[in-house]
Design a protein around this ligand. Structure first.
Ligand SMILES: NC(=O)c1ccc[n+]([C@@H]2O[C@H](COP(=O)([O-])OP(=O)(O)OC[C@H]3O[C@@H](n4cnc5c(N)ncnc54)[C@H](OP(=O)(O)O)[C@@H]3O)[C@@H](O)[C@H]2O)c1
Length: 256
């Protein structure tokens, strides 16, 4: 596969880093020259990664094109590019519908949406793909898990999950701040929290049949301290507010 990227930013850097750490060397990479610094750094670090002279040169030299610019830039840049009917376009721009991408990239005959995450650099996390596509699934499958969906509504709903990372770290930061206020040394508190939550993160894999509420109940021993915190947050409607915020993000994505 000759893989080109229009837009060499954070996500492209993560994908190329992941690709180059995988054993498979059958994918050569051609990058658009923006961002200049990131493109030059990737090309200097990895074999078979080069920087094209401009966006059109990327297209002319690849069979698969990843669109990795911000949505507003896509509307400015993509209509000026000359796609070929045999191009396979993979849009990483989560908020643009497949139909919009297909119109912008006509006459490219094959368009797929993919939503990888920056942890793909370490070949972790999962990529959502719509519609299912064996070549795109194989590419991202080498870099983590792949979840293929047949329905754009499911793609949008799954993409809402990616809006929750910052709150997760704020949750951990609240525990960390509380410990520091009680005199626990910052690094020690951080290590302890990171270690415990790493173990908790592997609990669903260790108990594949158990849903999350089942795991919550397992930890919430009757009359115990986990039950106390869970009840306090539930009574103050923290989880309802959280769920409402997911609705808000979903509406925003659907309206984009
Ligand atoms: N980062 C994530 O976690 C993530 C996750 C899922 C999906 N996405 C989506 O993936 C896309 C890329 O995200 P990102 O985080 O990689 O964004 P980013 O870091 O801002 O990268 C976008 C890149 O596009 C370049 N660019 C600007 N104008 C250009 C042009 N005319 N031609 C070619 N390249 C141009 C920018 O270069 P300059 O720096 O020179 O302006 C920048 O390097 C976005 O649509 C985003 O919504 C991102």
């Amino acid at each position: 596969m000759k893989l080109g990227f229009i837009g060499t930013g954070a996500l492209t850097a993560a994908i190329v880093t992941g690709l180059r750490s995988a054993a498979d060397r059958s994918v050569s990479v051609v990058l658009s020259p923006r961002n200049e610094e990131i493109a030059a750094s990737l090309a200097s670090r990895y074999q078979d990664v080069r920087v094209a002279s401009d966006n059109q040169a990327v297209l002319d030299d690849c069979d698969t094109v990843m669109l990795a610019v911000r949505p507003q830039i896509a509307h400015e840049v993509v209509p000026d590019l000359r796609f070929r009917p045999d191009h396979h376009v993979v849009s990483l721009i989560a908020t643009l519908p497949l139909e919009t991408i297909a119109t912008l990239t006509a006459p490219a005959g094959h368009v797929t949406k993919a939503l990888p995450m920056p942890m793909i650099a370490h070949r972790q996390g999962a990529t959502i793909i719509y519609p299912p596509d064996p070549a795109v699934a194989a590419l991202f499958g080498a870099l983590g898990q792949v979840i293929e969906v047949e329905d754009p509504g499911k793609f949008d709903a799954l993409s809402v999950v990616t809006a929750t990372y910052a709150s997760y770290f704020k949750y951990l930061d609240t525990i960390h701040g509380w410990l520091k206020d009680r005199g626990v040394e910052s690094a020690q508190a951080r290590d302890y929290i990171a270690c415990l939550f790493k173990a908790l993160a592997s609990a669903p894999e260790a108990a594949p049949g158990a849903d999350f509420m089942h795991l919550a109940e397992e930890y919430a021993t009757r009359g115990g301290i986990n039950e106390q915190v869970l009840r306090a947050l539930t009574d103050r409607r923290v989880f309802e507010v959280f769920s409402d915020s997911l609705d808000d993000v979903h509406r925003r994505i659907a309206a984009a």
